[in-house]
Design a binder for this molecule. Sequence first.
Ligand code: PLP
Length: 509
Amino acid sequence: MSTAEVTRNVNTPACPADSADKASLPLTIFEKSSPGRHGVATPSTDVPDVDPASVLPKSAVRAEVAELPEVGELDVQRHYTHLSTLNFSIANAFYPLGSCTMKYNPLVNEKVCALPGFAALHPMQTDDQAQGMLELYWRLEHLLCEVSGLDAVSIHPTAGAHGELTALMVMRKYLDDHGQAERKVILIPDSAHGTNPASCTMAGFTTRELKSDARGRVDMEALDNVLGADVAGLMITNPSTLGLFEPNIKRICDKIHEVGGLVYMDGANMNAILGRTRPGDFGVDVMHFNLHKTFSQPHGGGGPGAGPIAVTEALAPYLPVPKVEKDGDRFRIVRCSEKSIGTTRGFLGNSGVVVRAYSYIRSLGERGLLRVSENAVLNANYLRIKLQDSYRVWVNETCMHEFVATAKGLPNDIKATDIAKRLIDYGIHPPTIYFPLIVPEALMIEPTETESKETLDKFVAAMKAIRAECDTAPETLKHAPHSRSIGRPDEVKAVKEPRITYEGDNKSR
Ligand SMILES: Cc1ncc(COP(=O)(O)O)c(C=O)c1O
């Protein structure tokens, strides 16, 4: 199949089709300016003209008239509408970003979230005025207890990584309180997300790496070798970032408990096991959820999110405050608690995310959540099987919600980044690349449960077409994308030195 055929079929975002269009991309709004053109016609004023210098302090008076674009209303409309189409989103097309779980966000959640009783509530309002929102927090806590099989939840943290830090602080305080201050080591498998070791360090622990075995699971012999009296706990992601369920998880938890440690589960991948198994039931003491992944949520651009933590009864007294409690048939915010680690965030967190997650869970119900994990796993395995002859799958076994392939060994020195950039020309968002770190040239693919078989087939067709291009048109891949206004920016520099203001010519493009 040719690029054009695949692109036409894959529900492409509106984007220029070739490099000729790229050259004719619209100028910035300043360059559309034409002297004397107006967007609106206002009636003439009956306020007398006043010299600004006679009424304003000198420092507030401009020496020269501000240079603003002079454009018609329609130009402005077209300009911003066009800019909005340059952004890629799940509403445009397929977005198989492994680990990040870019799944569809049902619009009913947006409607619920926008109800004035939620959207117009101010965090400084009294408990009496916020009963509905407080009840929703309380109810969501109980739903998350049910999903995790654990005893208490704090919705306080506002991201997965923030949940990690908060949970590790809870573990630290619990250990100190039980005369275990000398326990400072957290064991972390080598496939872990980078936030895991970072959070440990921030919470005052040191980390010890745990090697994976050839099948990407925890190496049980390596585990035995690193256990000791200094171990505070294990931080394990299950399913792992390789998209694999840890079959020895119960034995692993038992081993950690035998040496007096706690088990932390990074629950960012809960969408794969929702309703099927519960971390509390296989021995986990503490975990975090990524509400913005498991329970849908718009989470582009870094937020806002929520990373609630769930804990056993033993750890519950150390959870952060403020928290919502039920008092008879009323709900109130408790602002201090004797053993709590204290406050790690203002107010009650990102309430919009919390409302959406509640709406998502209630609208799907128990059966719906089961189908989420069922379809997430089915879709990932469908893609894995369809692509295994074209790309080497790192651990080619039944996977959970995602799988990791590798571009290592592709002909003509084609890299993961070339495959990813070329997919953009086919109207598809690239998968996550170069993560997890234990897989060279990693392509981490997560289709999510919301995609149809037709969309998955179009992705397979695009990936196969690109695989053929590795042999027949390697230069096309190495210079992709050919269809966007930006090709291959220096990604580090773009983050460290973003140039997002108008600079007088086309530099800001
Ligand atoms: C496995 C895993 N852990 C932790 C995180 C961190 O979550 P957040 O980005 O919300 O801080 C992520 C994010 O993608 C993740 O995939």
